[in-house]
Design a protein around this ligand. Structure first.
Ligand SMILES: [Zn+2]
Length: 316
């Protein structure tokens, strides 16, 4: 097994510096699956970078049995340096730019370079590593069945997602148009892709990194690429995916106080949060639309009409 470093040129800047996406490659020199790991597409979501580091440290210690792993540990270095979700030069959300455009906007050009590099690697699986609100639990997000070009690919992604042992959530295009995310564009191109949200953004949250690393190692073990011990990998899950929603949205403005915690099971109609006026009177009570689990809570206390402040995985 050999680990090598390379880079993808992405953007020539005005000061004639060239920006690059760093690439780590672990090559077992044995035939087998190809897996790609992408991290920090949103520049303030840094936990995925640490997950890549920990997964590669594990390769150095224990090797890779077969196949190859390509990792892109810091996709959005421009956002990372500015502690911003966006490509800060033009405030674009890179994860809404895929599959990209070689002559499009800066975000679209960067997306195209990365997308082409991933497709050229010929991956059997792509795991895109993200982080969520500061107060959030790790979960794995897959596209809904209708987004897949065929049933076989959906089953393949569902099996890997279950193997991660994380709370399994299906994205809902009712609330979040999936078009132009990396995972969505790869799915559209007939490739197996899923997204892991590994706890809070901004700082490296170690329990989120541990959960994400375990999830990635579990996926690699499922593909027989590593020989993992039971304590390194997840036990896996079986049930149907839960459904992502950010409802109820706020309809008033004011100070937001939550009545629930991330990871908590909730019932339909349960009080989730209350919005107060500056004088302390109740403006609004947000109640659960359906039973499920709290995935995450907004980082700020500011409620505004139409604003999503809570992420819920609905079980019905
Ligand atoms: Zn993200």
């Amino acid at each position: 097994m050999k680990i090598s470093r390379r880079s993808i040129d992405i953007a020539g800047l005005r000061d004639i510096t060239q920006r690059r996406i760093p690439v780590l490659v672990a090559d077992s020199h044995e035939p087998g699956p190809v897996v790609c790991l992408t991290a920090c597409i949103h520049g303030d979501e840094v936990g995925g970078t640490a997950i890549v580091h920990d997964v590669f440290a594990r390769f150095r210690r224990n090797g890779l049995q077969r196949g190859k792993v390509y990792a892109y540990p810091l996709v959005n270095s421009l956002g990372f340096e500015n502690v911003s979700r966006f490509i800060t030069a033009d405030r674009e959300d890179l994860n809404r730019c895929f599959p990209g455009d070689a002559v499009g906007s800066m975000g679209q050009q960067i997306a195209r370079r990365l997308f082409d590099a991933i497709v050229k690697a010929g991956p059997d699986l792509v795991i895109d590593l993200h982080n969520d609100w500061i107060r959030s639990v790790p979960y794995v997000l897959i596209d809904p069945p209708q987004e897949f070009p065929n049933r076989k690919l959906y089953r393949q992604v569902l099996n890997i997602a279950r193997a991660t042992g994380l709370l399994l959530v299906e994205d809902s295009d009712v609330f979040h148009p999936l078009a132009n995310t990396l995972a969505g564009a790869l799915t559209g191109a007939g490739l197996a892709a899923l997204t892991i949200e590994a706890g809070g953004s901004f700082a490296v949250v170690e329990d989120g990194v541990a959960a994400g690393t375990r999830a990635v190692l579990s996926a690699l073990a499922t593909l027989d690429m590593i020989a993992a011990t039971d304590d390194e990998i997840a036990a896996g899950s079986r049930g149907a995916p839960l459904r992502y929603t950010d409802h109820p949205l706020c309809t008033t403005s004011g100070l937001l106080r939550f009545a629930v915690e991330p990871g908590q099971a909730i019932k339909a109609g349960q009080l989730l949060a209350t919005v107060y006026s500056a004088f302390g009177s109740t403006e609004e009570k947000l109640r659960a639309v359906a039973p499920g689990f709290i995935l995450g809570l907004e980082d700020h206390a500011r409620a505004l009409p139409g604003r999503a402040v809570i992420a819920v995985a609905e079980s019905s």
